[in-house]
Design a protein around this ligand. Structure first.
Ligand code: ACO
Length: 330
């Protein structure tokens, strides 16, 4: 097996995950270089200014069916942001950057607010002194997360924010290339990402881990599925025919969090699945992808299962917007 390196603008994602933040990474993607301290503070300020739930969107949220799936809810709410924009169709670069910043800042609020709405809990107003990752967990749970959990979510967002011309990014590019609008492009991209063969696979992985009763049962489970020609979620990639570099980092994070939160059996089951897959299908170039260890990571952070894919959406808005900016620049 040969190793692949994933870089954002020439910087290895491992470097960014360790030394940068999600906000700094998005700045890099939108501007082609890392920010100075001052530029980062200014960018964070602009994102945080958009944390609030717009009143008209709050009215819509209040009448949304509580049984709706969060992936459908965030797609609808992002689309609805276009209804309250007085100039939703502007595609000049200054407007696009402003709208992208608005969507980036408000997306965690939309998701946390929907989760609390469906559970019949009072909404938690955002705290603008917190980073995007920390503020999301604060709004979701009503209490500030530990620094370890906030950092873990931040790392997940960094690792998920961009990945070349994948299916959902392609969707966003196709939509904006008609000189349509950013709301349509991001809404379409969410629809693409939600599919179980793309970003929806992280939920499939968690379902699979739940179906496997013990570490010892993992091998038989995998063999049975492969014999039926079923896909094992969280494995395989259209581009990588080797280990997904994002999975390398998430595996380390998942192990640490699983140990810290008493979920080590999830990590051990995952390792056993990986071992069984290595024997069975590695010859075809099928290895863990980004979704495989992100399932255990998200579970340990305390996210409900059906928030896994919408969480991916929140991070990927940074990458989709970078591609939209690039598409419109040319
Ligand atoms: N489990 C078992 N076998 C697999 C898997 C898997 N996850 N993925 C591919 N294969 C097998 C196929 O059955 C096929 O076998 P065959 O040659 O005997 O018919 C061979 O590997 C090639 O499969 P393709 O579907 O042609 O591979 P492709 O590169 O087109 O598909 C995809 C990539 C869609 C990601 C596929 O690997 C898959 O469905 N994986 C499971 C879903 C998943 O984890 N998706 C997340 C991807 S990462 C992301 O989008 C963020």
């Amino acid at each position: 097996m040969y190793k692949r390196q994933l870089e954002y603008l020439g910087i290895a994602i491992g470097e960014l995950a360790t030394h940068s933040t999600f906000e700094e990474t998005v700045y890099l993607l939108w501007n082609g270089r890392l920010p100075t301290r001052g530029e980062l503070a200014e960018f964070e300020g602009k994102i945080r200014a958009n944390y609030d739930l717009p009143p008209r969107i709050a009215e819509l949220l209040a009448v949304m069916p509580k049984e709706a799936q969060p992936a459908h809810a965030i797609r609808t709410l992002i689309s609805a942001m276009g209804l309250i924009d007085p100039k939703p169709n502007s595609t000049d670069l200054a407007s696009i950057r402003e709208k992208a910043t608005r969507l980036l800042g408000v997306a965690p609020t939309l998701l946390a607010a929907f989760d609390r709405h469906r559970k019949g809990k009072a909404l938690v107003a955002p705290n603008k002194t917190l980073s995007l990752a920390e503020n999301f967990l604060y709004m979701l749970n009503g209490e500030r997360p530990t620094p370890t959990m906030a950092k873990a979510l931040d790392v997940c967002l960094v690792l998920h924010t961009d990945h070349g011309l994948n299916n959902s990014t392609f969707t966003a590019r196709v939509i904006i290339s008609t000189m349509s609008d950013i709301y349509s492009a991001i809404t379409g991209a969410i629809g693409s990402l939600r599919g179980p063969l793309h970003g929806g696979a992280n939920e499939g992985v968690m379902v699979m881990l739940g179906e496997i009763p013990s570490v010892g049962a993992a091998k038989g489970y995998v063999e049975e599925k492969l014999a039926r020609k079923d896909k094992i979620m969280g494995f395989g990639h259209r581009v990588y025919k080797s280990y997904d570099p994002r999975a390398t980092h998430l595996k380390v994070l998942a192990k640490q969090l699983a140990e810290d939160t008493g979920n080590i059996s999830l990590y051990e089951k995952s390792s056993a699945i990986e071992e069984a897959m290595a024997t069975a299908v590695a010859a075809k170039g099928i290895y863990p992808n980004v979704d495989f260890y992100s399932a255990t990571t998200y579970h340990c952070i305390g996210l409900p299962l059906d928030l896994f894919t919408p969480m991916f959406v929140v991070g990927r808005i940074g990458g989709w917007s970078a591609h939209i900016i690039e598409q419109l620049s040319d």
